[in-house]
Write a protein that binds this ligand. Structure first.
Ligand code: CAA
Length: 313
């Protein structure tokens, strides 16, 4: 257990406090991955979601992903059980954050929802508790401004799949204190991750670079330069990317890609970030990638086979 991490005195909390209790808000793909890695590192995790079915599904997913690690020999059965014992669930934000030293919000990528959640978290979490967001592109400064503790608000952007991907992109808001940045960097290392600290501008670094690449791949398809498989094969074999950009877009969710591109477009006012009309059309048609069963590819649960959607054959 990590007793050695201390939140230093801040204007709000003059006492030193160790991070032991971590609450994670949102039990979707990112939330369950974040709960998984904190619990595996020995933190007491409270996973919070208003939807009880989603919470049950999240625990089943975490157990399945831990089983994968056990079968690969990277985790023992005992460590798996310990990890699961470190996770409890709660339907209420107010109850779930009451004893937290750190809250990581991983709710849906919707600015108004996040602002409302941060107001609730701020009112219910103990003084001195750090409030982090896993947002992939929404301004940390804006989220922090919804609270009375902006110096304790920070971006902690994990990558999907969280148990596998090494990076945590740490984003300093305008008011984030240096001490909080140091604590979150150290904490990320204790999760076995590699932190990288960046400043709060649209898309931060990960999505400022990734999304224009994905958008350009979609433009290449839209303009008929090449087909889905050709575009992905060039990037997989030519640049050693584990997934081609169109497969990755399906994996991330086309709606998420679209909304991040809009954040870049609005934030910089530069037409180079405008989402490709094909992407907009696909999102409007409900073709969202893996989560809806179809995007550039057709996705069948449990199958790894890549079948190009009939729209692009
Ligand atoms: N939990 C635990 N382990 C998992 C896992 C999970 N959810 N998913 C996969 N794994 C493990 C597997 O057990 C396997 O382990 P070993 O290497 O020890 O055998 C390993 O990860 C590889 O998995 P698979 O063999 O099943 O599949 P793969 O080789 O096709 O790899 C992948 C899957 C890791 C997802 C790989 O395709 C990849 O790296 N893709 C790119 C992912 C990426 O770019 N993520 C960032 C997306 S952007 C983002 O998240 C941020 C944003 O803001 C949009």
């Amino acid at each position: 257990m990590n007793d050695q991490l201390y939140i230093k005195a801040t204007e709000i909390n003059k006492d030193k406090m160790s991070i032991k209790n971590v609450s994670v808000i949102g039990a979707g793909t990112m939330g369950n991955g974040i709960a998984h890695v904190f619990a595996q590192a020995g933190f007491n995790v409270t996973l919070i979601d208003v939807n009880a079915t989603q919470l049950e599904k999240a625990i089943t997913t975490i157990a399945k992903n831990l089983d994968r690690q056990v079968s690969k020999g990277t985790l023992t059965e005992e460590q798996k059980n310990n990890t699961l014992q470190h996770i409890s669930t709660n339907n209420s934000i107010a109850d779930g954050v009451a004893t937290a030293n750190l809250v990581v919000e991983a709710a849906t990528e919707n600015v108004n929802l996040k602002l409302a959640i941060f107001k609730q978290m701020d009112a219910a979490a103990p003084a001195g508790c750090i409030l982090a967001t896993n947002t992939s592109s929404i301004s940390i400064t804006k989220i922090a401004a919804a609270t009375k503790r902006p110096e304790l608000v920070i971006g902690m952007h994990f990558m999907n799949p969280v148990p596998v991907m090494k990076l945590v992109e740490i984003i300093n808001g305008y008011a984030t204190s240096k001490e909080v940045t140091t604590i979150i960097n150290e904490l990320s290392k204790q999760l076995g991750k590699i932190p990288c600290t960046v400043n709060d501008y649209p898309g931060f670094i990960a999505n400022r670079i990734l999304m224009p690449m994905i958008n350009e791949a979609i433009y290449s398809l839209y303009e008929g330069v090449a087909g889905v498989e050709e575009i992905d094969t060039v990037m997989k074999l030519g640049m050693a990317h584990p997934m081609g950009p169109l497969q990755l877009a399906d994996f991330i969710g086309l709606d998420v890609c679209h909304s991040i591109l809009k954040v870049l477009h609005d934030g910089f006012g530069n037409p180079k970030y405008a989402p490709c009309p094909l992407l907009t059309n696909m999102v409007t048609a409900g073709k969202l990638g893996a989560k809806s069963g179809e995007g550039f590819y057709v996705h069948t649960p449990g199958s790894k086979e890549l079948i190009v959607s009939s729209s692009f054959k």
